[in-house]
Design a protein around this ligand. Sequence first.
Ligand SMILES: *Cc1c(COP(=O)(O)O)cnc(C)c1O
Length: 392
Amino acid sequence: MSPDGWFGSFGGQYLPESLMEAVLALEAGYARFCEDRAARGELDRLLAGFAGRPTPLTFAPRLSEDLGCRVYLKREDLLHGGAHKLNNTLGQALLARYMGRTRLIAETGAGQHGVATAIVGAALGLPVEIYMGAADIERQRLNVFRMELLGARVHPVESGTRTLKDAVNAALRDWAATSESTHYLLGTAAGPHPYPTMVRDFQSVIGTELRAQCLAAEGRLPDLLIACIGGGSNAIGTFAPSLSDPSVRMLGVEAGGEGLQTGRHGATLCCGSPGVLHGTLSYLLQDPEGQVAETHSLAAGLDYPGVGPELTDLVQRGRIECTAVTDDDAVDALGYLARREGIIPALESAHAVAGARQRAGSLDRDEIMVITLSGRGDKDMHDLARRRGVAV
Ligand SMILES: *Cc1c(COP(=O)(O)O)cnc(C)c1O
């Protein structure tokens, strides 16, 4: 957790000269924001009054029975917008206003981060422009409609594979030309310093709350924390506040897609290698020539070839364990949680539930497992029904 943006040998600021001024100003602005009690107080007020924090820590009696330990669910699915993403977008939008910025830009893949950015732009009165790959726009019309309903402008990106990584490049290009007026609201704990640190801090509200809630319910800390990993923001937010407690074990669950052996997956930490993507040195999925690989996951939020540098370092040092589960396992886990506990998780979050099921029987009866449910499943019902051949 060094202040200069390095986590072991990962992180840094791998950027063209044209963007250095923008990230240095952001670094300075964020440092002032952290010291400013009034600004932090405003964030706390919005997290409570607008976003709906604290989210509950729900005891799951039937999961506990099935998995052979005491299982709790951290309910980010109940946050406004239906996922943890608002913790970060609210924080960064307030920071943007604090720094005198008058416009927000963001990238989006499936559209979830675009929607979360459009929500805070509307709530704080900041105009929002979203870069989205043209191929993603065709696949995710509903989220484009939501963003526009919230008053955001969506720019189709026609370069490259017309997907998320091209959208990030387009947003960075915009920012290089406009950074005096514009904040680039990056969607996960990756990218150049200070984003990995800043996004971790904003998402750490998850891990801080769950510690207090677990202490209140059980009189002690959890033994195992489980979260899914796309870029890594809900996972690092879940884990970071407990990193200095050696008794708390941690498991990150990546997208195994159609199986690790098929090459069609998004398991960056399990299968990747060091490289630079979007301004940071971390693990990524790439071919032997260093070309960024195409990823695959049924869960759109896990379909990213990179991962945050802090998680990479923590996995390298053995502090965090990681595993991958397949699309099929995640779909199974989604239905399982729905039937057993009455909660339909997002397909991303269902990866964490599937990871927990892999661990069934490895904890003692009175040991405590907390699974972060990063989001709710409403957005996935169409895909799921289609997969089952059901018309909805
Ligand atoms: C975006 C998203 C993710 C993946 O993002 P992280 O930065 O890895 O947390 C996971 N779950 C849900 C519900 C999402 O919307």
